[in-house]
Design a protein around this ligand. Sequence first.
Ligand code: 5GP
Ligand code: ZN
Length: 138
Amino acid sequence: MENCIFCKIIAREIPGHIVYEDEHVLAFLDISQTTEGHTLIIPKKHRVDVFEMDAPKMEQVFAVVPKIATALKKTFNCRGINMVNNNGEAAGQTVFHYHVHLIPRYEKDQFGMRFVNNMQDYDTEDLAALKVRIKTNL
Ligand code: 5GP
Ligand code: ZN
């Protein structure tokens, strides 16, 4: 897709440090290197976000995840990895070509990646009502 920075990396129109490629998927270093080894995994066919993905496309992307995660662990001896995927501006997505972040975590990492806990605002009835609403749309 025109003007998509990740499509340009796929097409070799701009440089990317590609660590893995197959017919459907590309993995390359994130320019920001949030932590050392920060890698992105993307489908080669332009899809904006999870809402444009289907099960086979997801399978292709996620089939590569254990391979790259294991290589990162071996390479950097990281203690853990955050797997992050932002969908939509409201969720923090800034590049609108679907991607999964693999962010190695080291003992001395200082940045936080924790979810806010609002459990005090939801009793069992509230959760049951949410469940019903979601299931209606499945
Ligand atoms: P998002 O915020 O959409 O989840 O993540 C987009 C990521 O793409 C960011 O972590 C950002 O550093 C990375 N990024 C943006 N432009 C480029 C680029 O030109 N090359 C590479 N390798 N990564 C990029
Ligand atoms: Zn693209």
